[in-house]
Ligand binder design. Structure first.
Ligand SMILES: Nc1ncnc2c1ncn2[C@@H]1O[C@H](COP(=O)(O)OP(=O)(O)OP(=O)(O)O)[C@@H](O)[C@H]1O
Length: 262
């Protein structure tokens, strides 16, 4: 892949694709607990970015700030060059930001297909006819075609995870935020899920993936960010980041905060 000499991002057709998402100086506290501490982050239009960090590091909170369910106390969020810091979640969804949740929460009484249609019509802004056609394609792509008419509440774990991703895809995202979709799956199921995420990325969707199942993440992402106590403490080539002393210390529980608390 050709990279821009100035910013290091991908070059398509001779043009730098630039940033899709830019987070600058974002802070968020819940009471006395700071869960986003001056976070800067950029995601290019063709990026696949992984985010790791211990429990409570502020990873899901960051997704809330990007998808619009949470407001930062300070800082700016730009999407496609537009300041979306004050925009609500529905507005961000219409611009192409979609999020899957760590704990899937589909409309359990509706069928799998109906769950996608809701996303496609209300989130993606499509006519019912276009939405139905595209939802059929997404069901195929995510391996849910044979489950289309089942109630979402009857699905087992892998299919619930797939549905969570399919619902996000139904909104026609350019930026897909995946929150721990591989947890609890068998090796084979994980392998299938990785293949689907790779396909989605290859179709032109930027991916940001929070995941504790690191081998699944490393099979997809080309950059890795580490959060700890709300701070971005490392960023770079995934295997180099994983091998760094910083990450080893955090995962061995030997970082500054742990020392201080001891
Ligand atoms: N709405 C909220 N109100 C108060 N505290 C919250 C809220 N949401 C998250 N927190 C707290 O903020 C901290 C960061 O939570 P967050 O879910 O972002 O962490 P995480 O890195 O995603 O963790 P995990 O890997 O366990 O999912 C935690 O201490 C959590 O309890």
């Amino acid at each position: 892949m050709l990279l821009c000499a100035e910013c290091g991002r991908s070059v398509l057709g001779g043009t730098c694709v630039g940033e899709l998402l830019q987070i600058a100086g974002v802070n968020k506290s819940f009471g006395a607990v700071k869960v986003a501490d001056n976070v800067d982050l950029a995601v290019g239009q063709t990026d696949a970015l992984g985010i790791i960090g211990p429990n409570g590091a502020g990873k899901s909170t960051l997704f809330g700030l990007v998808s619009g369910s949470l407001r930062p106390d300070a800082g700016t969020i730009l999407y496609d060059g537009q300041d979306i810091t004050g925009l609500d979640a529905a507005g961000r969804c219409r611009l192409g930001i979609a999020r899957s949740f760590q704990v899937p929460h589909p409309f359990v009484g509706m069928s799998v297909f109906e769950n996608l249609l809701v996303g496609a019509i209300f989130g993606g802004g499509e006519s019912e006819r276009d939405a139905m056609r595209r939802c059929g394609e997404i069901l195929d792509r995510t391996g849910l075609a044979s489950k289309a008419n089942l109630p979402a509440g009857s699905l087992r774990l892998l299919d619930r995870k797939r549905l969570e991703m399919a619902r996000a895809l139904a909104t026609r995202p350019r930026l897909l935020l995946l929150d721990e979709i591989a947890g609890g799956l068998t090796e084979e199921e994980c392998h299938q899920l990785v293949a689907t995420v790779r396909e989605v990325h290859a179709s032109g969707v930027a991916i940001v993936w929070i995941e504790h199942v690191v081998h699944a993440l490393l099979a997809v992402v080309d950059r890795l960010v580490v959060l700890n106590y709300g701070r971005k403490v490392a960023e770079g080539e995934p295997r180099e980041v994983m091998a760094s002393d910083m990450v080893q210390q955090i995962y061995m529980g030997m970082d500054d905060h742990a020392d201080a608390a001891a």
